[in-house]
Write a protein that binds this ligand. Sequence first.
Ligand SMILES: [Zn+2]
Length: 88
Amino acid sequence: MTSRTAPPGPDPDQPVFSVWGPDGASIHCRICGAVDEVVFTEVPSMAGYGEDTSARCTRCGSAETTDPIFGWRATPATWPPPLEPHQP
Ligand SMILES: [Zn+2]
């Protein structure tokens, strides 16, 4: 049997996005590599106070969200998208 190490995959504790560009004015998706394809939304939180914010990559769907109850969390998408196995 071959021994396998943990496959490189999404880590919910790792940030999805990082600043990018010489002046840090762009946002880089660390999952799929898209730059400035991030949509930010802010909505009043269902917690009744504060607001929920989210940043979502329009290319791969990875997201970072923040809300008053759970705080920050990342929801990395699977990238590249898994291909359907097509074995003969
Ligand atoms: Zn992405």
